[in-house]
Design a protein around this ligand. Sequence first.
Ligand code: ARG
Length: 588
Amino acid sequence: MKKLLDLLTEEMGKAFEKAGYGAELGKVTVSNRPDLCEYQCNGAMAGAKQYHKAPIMIANEVAEVLKEMPVFSEVNAVAPGFLNLKLSESYLAEYLKGMRADEKFGFEPSMAKEKVVIDYGGANVAKALHVGHIRSANIGESVKRIFRFAGNEVIGDAHLGDWGLQMGLVICGIKERQPDLVYFDESFTGEYPEECPVTIRELEEIYPASSAKSKEDPEYKAKAMEATKKLQDGVPGYRALWHNIMKVSIGDLKKNYSSLNVDFDLWNGESSVHDMIPAMVDYMKKGGWAHISEGALVVDVAEETDTKKVPPCMILKSDGASLYNTTDLATIQQRMRDFNPDRIVYIVDKRQELYFEQVFRCARKTELVKPETKLNFLGFGTMNGADGKPFKTRDGGVMRLENLINDTKAEMYEKIKEGRPVSDEEAKQIADVVAISALKYGDLSNQASKDYVFDIDRFTSFEGDTGPYILYTIVRIKSILAKFVENGGDYNKAQLGEAKNEFEKALHMEIAQFGQIMDSAVTEIAPHKICGYIYDVANAFNKFYHETQILGETDEARKDNLIALLVLTRDILETSIHLLGFEAPERM
Ligand code: ARG
């Protein structure tokens, strides 16, 4: 289905043509004077010069033609030549009927179908997920779902930080604590144990301790670097230990991600491309792109038009070790080889923007991608605390994601208990679902690149621009529909009809924006557009609900129309929240 605004423009174009003017003058826009009209067209002003006529005359002629057409219920030509328009209720109802008959509610993406890889999550093995990871997970999951909804083939990849110095530090830390483990006995030839020698909790302690120590103690740092090298060179004990760390860590990550409804098609990581690096380095040297600079191997990526310095992209350090850049470039090569995607989208902290600029330029220059391959960096801002600084625990530490989720669930539980009498068990079940909406909506409703303040009280509120408010609206609709069914009704048979009051029409108008909003959410990679949309729909619904008798309506045909509108509103909202990555409970 075409977007409503495009259809209106088409109809207006016809009217201009019938009146003897060019159809291109018929551009319809949303009114900037909603007190006067819903839509407007300024084409008569634009045509005045071309047709040597006063704009108001043109506007009057077009208005006459429009009166014969079903699309607008009110058309006013006003000085100096505006056309003020009100959409006809029946035209709008027909549009909504078309939406309801289509499984995507009439959404027709303007982009051509693509194969898309989405790189998000970016968790680091052996480190607990902390609040710094929540945005990549939330935004990435939603972007993945939105792209899929638009009919694209989408692959989500976790791109774990599972290689390099961070792993050397973990291994070194384990060795400090348990030096006698077989993994460190280089003469050992037997089978290595299946079990990891440390638990996930221990791993989470070991990494920060080891990392801190390496910063103070150069000798220790050297040991960590040596461990990194042994791991990368394939020393069997180091590889075996690494595998065990990976198993424990990925198991824990899966559990945490799934509590946020986040899942990946691929659990690849930096390590997955290790074996591709020598050939890639060779290729970059042979192609004449990579050269030695101060001992390191680099590719120059500065461009003449740069207004700020873009340093060369480092491929190998002077000791020959690969680094973050190297694995990212090899990953691009791997993705092109395995999937040949039209686009790769990275959802990473915006502080890595320059880094990705270097990587993208390097990938293009060295022809790892095709000229037409799109490489998008969606950089997100920081989640801050009330003090405007990155969110911390009460004692100033880094907040584990798990704790943040549990705190939000606890707060939600309190609010649900306050609201109505409900058993502890039911309250807990509901709170667990609603809390996820609070966290996700609180995050996603902000434009990704902006920082935002995590405000648990506001996010968990049932009022205002929040996840719980949206869910509350959905649950309200569900409960009316459930009553309707209890009384013997069958809402699937209900038919939409014309809006009979301004509140109902306002709801129709909001719902009708669906295709337009989805299209901008996908083309601009912007989940926050969907939040803005469902907030408007929910507000319009709640106003309508307060002004309208639904179950008590005695005119059966009218009641049927109202029920159909409820069904459509519910379906639109549920589809939208699914795209944002959360769900509604049956009751609240
Ligand atoms: N693990 C990285 C970090 O914690 C994020 C990974 C982002 N993705 C990528 N392809 N580099 O900073």
